[in-house]
Design a binder for this molecule. Structure first.
Ligand code: FES
Length: 134
């Protein structure tokens, strides 16, 4: 398989951070973290993509962090912080359900950030067990 083919996944891919801050009741009490993960997983599955739950991606100040790679554009990652409330989650899920190939919806656009830890090259998250089901 060529590197070029690797650069063009046919489906949306999503990484949901679930490390020391993201997804924790300690930092974000009262947030339905399991529900958020499940909704994102269902949206990705609807689009024929998949979700990986990963360990800390070194952007804890922006938790909860989700990284979206649009269908067909592996090198175009959107790093999204503050995925905490229902309005944001719904907009994010709708975007993912459509492959994230269109511009990010207005609820998501202000939450997209340029990675500050290290470079904005490919993230090096540590995969952890998948705990969501669509
Ligand atoms: S726990 Fe998500 S960025 Fe650190």
């Amino acid at each position: 398989m060529s590197a070029r083919r690797h650069d063009r996944p046919s489906t949306v891919r999503v990484q949901v951070c679930d490390g020391c801050c993201c997804g924790t009741e300690r930092k974000h009490p009262g947030v339905d973290h399991a529900g958020i993960r499940s909704r994102i997983a269902a949206a990705a599955e609807h689009a024929g993509g998949h979700v990986r739950i990963v360990g800390c991606v070194d952007e804890c100040s922006r938790s909860n962090v989700v990284i979206v790679r649009p269908a067909g554009r592996a090198s175009a990652r959107a790093w999204i912080g503050g995925v905490l409330d229902g309005r944001v989650v719904e907009a994010l899920c709708e975007w993912i359900r459509n492959g994230a190939t269109s511009p990010a919806p207005p609820e998501i656009e202000p939450l997209i950030f340029t990675r500050t830890a290290g470079t904005d090259a490919a993230p090096t998250p540590t995969p952890v067990e998948l705990r969501v089901s669509p």
